[in-house]
Design a protein around this ligand. Sequence first.
Ligand SMILES: Cc1cc2nc3c(=O)[nH]c(=O)nc-3n(C[C@H](O)[C@H](O)[C@H](O)COP(=O)(O)OP(=O)(O)OC[C@H]3O[C@@H](n4cnc5c(N)ncnc54)[C@H](O)[C@@H]3O)c2cc1C
Length: 460
Amino acid sequence: MLWTCRVLCPQAGPSAGGWQPLSFDGGAFHLKRTGELTRALLVLRLCGWPPLVTHGLALQAWSQRLLGSRLSGALLRASIYGQFVAGETAEEVRGCVQQLQTLCLRPLLAVPTEEEPDSAVKIGEAWYEGNLSAMLRCVDLSRGLLEAPGPTGNILMQLKMTALTSTRLCRELTSWVRRLGASWELSPERLAEAMDSGRGLQISCLNAEQNQHLQSSLSRLHRVAQHAQAQRVRLLVDAEYTSLNPALSLLVAALAERWNRPGEGGPWVWNTYQAYLKDTHERLRRDAEAADRAGLAFGVKLVRGAYLDKEREVARLQGTQDPTQPDYEATNQSYSRCLELMLAHVSHRGPMCHLMVASHNEESVQQATKRMWELGIPLDGPVCFGQLLGMCDHVSLALGQAGYAVYKSIPYGSLEEVIPYLIRRAQENRSVLRGARREQELLSQELRRRLLGRGLGGPR
Ligand SMILES: Cc1cc2nc3c(=O)[nH]c(=O)nc-3n(C[C@H](O)[C@H](O)[C@H](O)COP(=O)(O)OP(=O)(O)OC[C@H]3O[C@@H](n4cnc5c(N)ncnc54)[C@H](O)[C@@H]3O)c2cc1C
């Protein structure tokens, strides 16, 4: 059954009569079909089972051998792939997005390509050029989805920088950024100029091969950003490991020099800030103030951070200081302070400053909605919310029903491309999957209500 958005989506606008806390009690599940709720419950239960996450790739290979690739593929499609992935073809993605739009949710497409951070295999330029084509197609697909019926608004897409430039180069650049600090040699302005002119850039601390790869990477980034801006699609660059992030931020800053200028319609290239890092609040404050001083638009995706275990393990192995917050509570406090800082900037700078509250955490979401109301930030303005497809629908649906702009991060692609990516994501987000217990309770509650035939019943 296709419900029209007019029926389900309220008009966005400041709520009259004061701020009301959102209710994350699963009430909005009545909008979902029974089959979808059942699949969500089964898959979330499965993902909360640690051996499945730890040995996911081995189990997949084993099931392929035992059942054959057709049957094991069908099982995956009916379960994990169906729950967390939009599909393989543009048509399937469009179908999934149309369904989300009827529930007042918007797409944030993500191309699941990635290089292993510690990969010993040297990947050639052809791999990055292939990823560039996939990103350009993703821009077109994101733009095309706007034509589907449903709410419009900002079109956003995720961009993984290490799909376009090597982790080796990023690690090398990171070490030089740390050593040289703010110098002309490695300044965003210099990289932006090289991006624009396409002329060979010579960074003295890099060798000829690295300089060549940097120039090719800059050209790829320039092409994606140029195409995205032409198609009115905003690029949200993912944050990764601390061994890479300073280089990624340098590249984002170079893109921002060119694409976040005043008069261009707000930020086209956003960076991601991970609240679980000890230095994030200070960095965010510095970067927001620098953008304000330079008159550049500023876009931020604020997350807690996905690579906790690996960051800690690397610090332990290298005998260096752990860059992450000491515990979950400290990460929560950091997230809350970063959120406060960014909302103050949005309220001060208006559409020149955009924020995505990318979190499934109910308290963070409540804090954001309350402060938005107190600061007079419109519901469907420069602040939006982000959750992963297939996760925490009770939070996304409640936000969408209340008129906030909510995006679901949507990977798409073939089973072979996406399953290893999903398993890696699940390993990085073990704590989130374990924490999905509340969602499971709410799903069970709604299913029980339907089975016992109580209440109004929802779409079948
Ligand atoms: C739209 C979207 C985009 C995202 N993009 C990125 C990205 O670019 N880069 C990235 O790294 N992540 C990204 N993430 C994942 C994100 O960082 C979190 O891993 C995930 O959202 C869980 O955090 P939470 O706020 O949703 O939920 P919660 O369940 O409230 O928080 C879990 C998080 O708290 C932190 N935490 C848990 N235990 C501890 C502990 N003992 N000590 C310190 N901290 C702890 C960890 O960061 C953990 O992931 C994205 C998430 C979404 C929804």
